[in-house]
Design a protein around this ligand. Structure first.
Ligand SMILES: Cc1ncc(COP(=O)(O)O)c(C=O)c1O
Length: 347
């Protein structure tokens, strides 16, 4: 066991230096699907899986996952942010890959149990950290042909995390990739591992050139922005409209969906979901990446072929992006009222 996976070594975590790296926590939830039904599932301290060598998850990528966070709120309670949306998205991913859906109630209960069993890993209020939950479904059991698995595992584990991109609310620069992360009628809208395997090389090449990650254009015409690494894109126009791309090959970000609501209802901005052409970057005065892990990461500049386009600034967050960040994190950490149904408490 290395220091990084040793639970005992992390009883006094330095919350201020948390990044987005694996830390072994105490308990995880695991349930099995066989003969048409999920069992009740249980918590376990075992952080390894023992699965059949022919498991479809290993050979044919029959698996999907989710990512959501638990937050220590200002009043000391524990908040899950819109877990019903993650449950619904995982059901859509399961449908796309012919896997059995995990019912919403079971999904949320599993998340609750995992948070409650790992409370000592939940970063205190005020540190900016949170407990990242990773639910997943994998196809397992003896098999060799390309077909759906005879059995499935649903599991949820958690890891305490800080910011995904180093620097928190400091702007990050991105580069437009020549690679596609998804095909036009492929699995881009599902949260399946294959999309992320396809992104490893473009991500490495972006890092090697000094960028935080890459921007993917639409796979059909390569003219419109789709995703920013593992996050959605948004921008603010000169007249203060919140704009975000709409496409069938984008993963429907729950953060983005929430920002559309908060931008409109709380900040009084006009909002627009539609095409965001890469040639039109100069229409925007601010831009950002949004997601559970990325939260809101301001985009300093975007490299596209030989041009480097800077939005607000390469070093300072723009004013609208900051207001969106404050409103979103305010809801998540219980500092401002949440829209109806957005916060689910862990008792
Ligand atoms: C490809 C991709 N896009 C967008 C997002 C952001 O989605 P969400 O806000 O639901 O975390 C994620 C992370 O889940 C992602 O992996």
């Amino acid at each position: 066991m290395t220091a990084n996976t040793d639970t005992a070594a992390h009883t006094d975590i330095d919350w201020s230096t948390l990044g987005f790296t694996y830390i072994r926590t105490d308990q995880r939830f695991i349930a099995h699907w066989k003969d048409g039904a999920w069992d009740a599932g249980t918590l376990t301290t075992d952080n390894t899986l023992h699965i059949a060598e022919g498991s479809t998850a290993l050979h044919y990528g029959q698996q999907c996952f989710e990512g959501l966070k638990a937050y220590r709120a200002k009043d000391g309670s524990v908040n899950l942010f819109r877990p019903d949306m993650n449950a619904a998205r995982m059901q859509r991913s399961c449908d796309r890959l012919l896997m059995p859906e995990v019912p919403t109630e079971m999904f949320i209960e599993a998340c609750r149990q995992v948070v409650a069993a790992n409370l000592r890993f939940l970063p205190p209020y005020g540190t900016g950290g949170s407990l990242y939950l990773r639910p997943f479904v994998i196809g397992v059991g003896d098999n060799i042909g390309v077909r759906t698995a005879p059995e499935f595992i649903f599991s949820v584990f958690c890891v305490p995390v800080g910011p995904y991109f180093k620097g928190g609310l400091s702007p990050v620069n991105f580069i437009v990739s020549d690679y596609d992360r998804a095909a036009p009628n492929g699995t881009g809208a599902a949260k399946v591992g294959g999309n992320y395997a396809a992104s490893l090389l473009p991500n490495k090449e972006a890092h090697d050139r000094g960028f935080g990650d890459c921007i993917y254009l639409d796979p059909e015409t390569h003219t419109k922005i789709e995703e920013v690494g593992a996050a959605n894109f948004f921008a603010i126009t000169r007249d203060g409209t919140f704009v975000t791309p709409k496409s069938p090959s984008i993963l429907a970000s729950i953060t983005r969906q929430s920002l559309l609501t908060l931008a409109h209802d709380r900040l009084g901005l006009k909002v627009h979901e539609g095409d965001v052409f890469i040639r039109d970057l100069d229409q925007f005065v601010e831009a950002g990446a949004c997601g559970t892990a990325a939260v809101i990461t301001p985009i300093g500049g975007i490299q596209y072929k030989d041009d480097f386009h800077v939005f607000h600034s390469e070093t300072e967050v723009g004013p609208v992006t900051r207001r969106l960040y404050d409103e979103l994190t305010g809801v998540q950490f219980g500092e401002v009222d949440a829209p109806e149904g957005w916060i689910v408490k862990v008792d």
